[in-house]
Design a protein. Sequence first.
Length: 127
Amino acid sequence: MSDIDSERMVAIIRGVKGKKDIISLLSEKLLHILRKYYKKYNPQKYLFDGRNGGKYSPASVGNILRKAALKAGVRKKITPHMLRHSFATHLLEQGTDLRYIQELLRHNSSKTTEIYTHVSKRVIDNI
C-alpha cells in the first residue's frame, strides 16, 4: 500500500524482473480507480491480495490478464511482458528519451532498451 505515491504519480512494483523493483507511472484515471478499489476492499498488506492474503503468483497474474483480454475481445495471446513492451514502445513513440525508458524498465544495458527503437520504426513504417 505504501508503494503508491499519488504526489509523484508513480507506483513501485517490488521484486519483479530479476527481483528488481520497477517504478511505474500512474495516470489520474488509474489513481481514481485505485482509490475506489481501496475504499471498497480495504486491502491490508498488498494492494491486490491473493489467496489467503498473500501476493499473487506470476501464473495467477497471467491468468487474470488473459481473462481480461478475452473479456475485452482480444483473442491474441497476451502476457504481462507484452504490457511492459507496449508501455516502452508507446513512451518511445511519444518522444520519451531512451535513457528515461531504460530507467523506468530497470534495464542494466541501454542495448536492451534500444530494441524498442526497432519495434517503433517498424510500426511507423507500416502506417
